[in-house]
Design a protein around this ligand. Structure first.
Ligand SMILES: Cc1cc2nc3c(=O)[nH]c(=O)nc-3n(C[C@H](O)[C@H](O)[C@H](O)COP(=O)(O)OP(=O)(O)OC[C@H]3O[C@@H](n4cnc5c(N)ncnc54)[C@H](O)[C@@H]3O)c2cc1C
Length: 409
């Protein structure tokens, strides 16, 4: 690695790649360093690769020119140098941490042992292209797969594995699927979608351990003592921000690396963006905020912050979208608070036959949350109303128009 670069970005995921590309467009040289073997890719689309719908190269991100492979292991803040696992180092004026998240590995009996620190054969996280290719290589029709976790990741993985012909059981600890984003009726539609595709879903079901023979998984053990035979296990139990580098360097870290409105950490020469960053108490763990933070930081570093971003980063109000694609895809969008408080207006449309459900929550004259499943015609208009945080029009139109008028989306 050369040592005369001034902006150094660690992490070639969604946030790091977007930042490096924008900086290149703005004429600011930056070095991007990533530790994954693969060409940078769009992580959000990994389930499509697992389902066999896209080849890995289809989800590649347009790569910036100055991309280097390496794993940053230490930041020397006094010397302003970042050190890499291969012994090399690189000097920076500004260092940007875009190190993303790690999967949560649940404390399951049998997952690790004193003599084995790798996951047993057949057990995979679902975060990286390597995870995805590992799973993809192991899945074949009839394979017994158990997905642990029924959030966005677990639901996507279960759907993709079922599409590849696996016999899939999804074990969700809480009472419904995707509880962070969806309300009970919307979760019920996702459950029905999975069941229609042959996925067996168990809610309120806690997995206690895994049993391995000869280093390979054989079964999954539930808290009630029930045992499920398994050839393949996917751990989809959430993520936590990857903050080790920042922590070791003595930066302020809570859940994520704490940043201000200029995405500056407690060291003014180090910024952080994406899943690893915590802004105004929030760690988003979603693509849209990671990309918005990258855009804002590019403007700040280039000194060309566009109107509207001049004040820095003020938080992201973006919808979470997920498509469970297949012959009949199921589209989902969720934002804000889908559960009303007393006094809120709730507008809801459900069509059990078509499997659609739409709901928005309005407080005073503002849209505060919503869920759309199966019918996303109004998503553009709702996204604009939500993201702009504007008062809703008071022209006498019934609030139902929020769900029936697509507003040109
Ligand atoms: C299967 C899947 C589906 C998802 N679906 C959705 C979705 O539908 N909607 C949504 O909004 N979000 C979704 N997400 C979340 C979304 O992918 C993340 O929010 C987004 O990728 C965050 O971008 P990032 O750049 O901060 O982190 P990442 O994309 O994780 O990139 C971080 C990169 O930094 C590298 N790195 C870390 N430490 C070092 C180091 N020390 N040295 C060098 N490199 C390092 C990592 O290897 C990684 O390549 C999904 C995630 C997964 C895994």
């Amino acid at each position: 690695m050369t040592s005369n670069s001034r902006v150094v970005v660690i992490g070639a995921g969604l946030a790091g790649v977007r930042l490096a590309r924008r900086l290149a467009e703005l004429g600011v040289p930056a070095v991007l360093v990533g530790d994954e073997e693969h060409t940078p890719y769009n992580r959000v689309l990994l389930a499509e690769v697992l389902a066999g719908r896209y080849a890995p190269e289809v989800i590649a991100l347009p790569s910036p020119e100055r991309l280097t492979r390496g794993r940053a292991v230490r930041v020397d803040r006094a010397e302003r140098r970042v050190h890499f696992a291969d012994g090399s180092a690189i000097a920076y004026d500004t260092l940007v941490l875009a190190t993303g998240s790690n999967p949560v590995l649940p404390p399951l009996r049998g997952l690790f042992s004193p003599d084995r620190h790798e996951l047993p054969e057949g057990i995979h996280a679902f975060r990286t292209m390597d995870d995805c290719l590992g799973l993809s290589g192991a899945v074949r029709p009839g394979v017994r797969a158990v997905v642990i976790g029924g959030g966005l990741l677990g639901v996507s993985a279960a759907r993709a594995l079922a599409e590849r012909g696996a016999q899939v059981v999804l074990a969700q600890q809480s009472e419904r699927l995707m509880e962070r984003q969806l309300d009970p009726p919307a979760s019920a539609l996702v459950l029905r979608h999975l069941k229609d595709r042959g996925v067996e879903v168990h809610t309120e079901c806690r997995v206690r351990g895994v049993r391995c023979v000869g280093g390979a998984v054989r079964s999954v053990e539930m808290a009630d003592g029930y045992t499920l035979g398994a050839d393949l296990v996917v751990l989809a139990c959430g993520v936590h921000p990857r903050v080790g580098l920042a922590q070791d360097a003595g930066l302020a870290v809570h859940r994520g690396v704490i940043v201000d409105d200029e995405l500056r950490t407690s060291d003014p020469n180090i910024r952080a963006i994406g899943d690893c960053a915590q802004h105004d108490g929030r760690v988003y763990g979603l693509a849209a905020p990671a990309l918005e933070q990258a855009e804002v930081l590019a403007g700040l570093l280039a000194g060309t912050a566009a109107a509207g971003t001049a004040a820095g980063y003020t938080g992201t109000r973006a919808l979470t979208r997920l498509t469970l694609a297949s012959g009949t895809p199921l589209d989902l969008a969720a934002f804000g608070e889908p559960t009303p408080r007393p006094g809120d207006d709730v507008i809801q449309l459900a069509d059990a036959t078509r499997g659609t459900y739409r709901k928005v929550v309005v407080r005073d004259d503002r849209l505060v949350g919503g869920v759309l499943v199966g019918e996303l015609g109004t998503v553009g208009a709702l996204a604009r109303a939500w993201e702009g945080a504007e008062p809703l029009p008071t022209d006498g139109a019934p609030l139902l128009h929020l769900l029936t008028n697509d507003g040109g989306s």
